[in-house]
Design a protein around this ligand. Structure first.
Ligand code: ATP
Length: 238
């Protein structure tokens, strides 16, 4: 059984039919990527999975359990965390307070929370240096690290990442993708939305290509990288 199974979902914003029958699966332990142009429906797919935009039709199951009737905050307690596009951190709170909020879905004591923090600091030493700093004054890269760190505080089984490389300098993009890989190696399954298709396909095992609310291609990351249509449209070739 797939860890996540999205089956023929249709999601709307009012009359706008944003997702027109999306189906995809993510197996335990995988990194799967969703690529596509602006407006293709990538963010809407993630927000449908985490319950923020409920599909009108179709089903989403997590290890066999139907998530469609479940409220977003309960979906977090079931093990799905999202790092939203634009990061969604609390600008006026400190790094420490943002990280603590990430653990809200779990009944943690201080000792456990401190252990989680140590793990996050081993992934992101910069966050330790900035622990007491107000989050709004962090650099873009540091804010992205904080957003990922906060999501990890919830101990997700499945982590949804929405364009983690957006707005980052190339050197930071490399390091964020490296960190995504280590999070995966520590046992978290990942669904990664990216416009940086080349980087995404270099760390994912499989990928789906979205166009105008539909999946037009699904294959191994290796095959997608070599696919002519993908190269022309998303890898800057041709
Ligand atoms: P981007 O990379 O630009 O974020 P995307 O692939 O994530 O693009 P979505 O944000 O999922 O695309 O948008 C899919 C479609 O739904 C687009 O046509 C978009 O205009 C529309 N849409 C998204 N959010 C809303 C909203 N809040 N209200 C109305 N339409 C929306």
């Amino acid at each position: 059984m797939a860890m996540l199974e999205v089956s023929n979902i249709h999601t709307y914003y009012g009359n706008i039919h944003a997702l027109k029958g999306i189906s995809l699966t993510v197996d335990k332990g995988e990194i799967v990527t969703l690529i596509g142009a602006n407006g293709a429906g990538k963010t809407t797919t993630l927000s449908s999975i985490c319950g923020l935009t409920k599909p009108r039709q179709g089903t989403i199951t997590l290890e066999g359990e139907d998530l469609t009737p479940v409220k977003p905050h309960e979906i977090v307690t079931k093990g799905v965390s999202m790092v939203p596009e634009g990061r969604g951190i609390f600008a006026r709170l400190t790094v420490a307070e943002n990280l603590d909020l990430g653990a809200y879905s779990r009944p943690t004591n201080r000792q456990e929370a401190d252990k989680d923090l140590e793990e996050i600091f081993s992934l992101f030493p910069r966050l330790k240096e900035r622990y007491s700093q107000v989050a709004g004054t962090l650099s873009g890269g540091e804010q992205q690290m904080l957003a990922i760190g906060r999501a990890i505080m919830a101990h997700p089984r499945l982590l949804l990442l929405d364009e983690p490389s957006m707005g980052l300098a190339p050197i930071l993009v490399q390091s964020i993708f490296g960190i995504i890989q280590s999070i995966n190696q520590r046992g978290t399954t990942i669904l990664l939305v990216e416009q940086n298709a080349l980087m995404a396909l270099s760390i994912a095992s499989r990928g789906y290509v979205l166009q105008s609310g539909q999946i037009v291609l699904s294959d191994t990351a290796r095959n997608l990288k070599e696919n002519e249509m993908v190269q022309k449209a998303y890898l800057g070739a041709g």
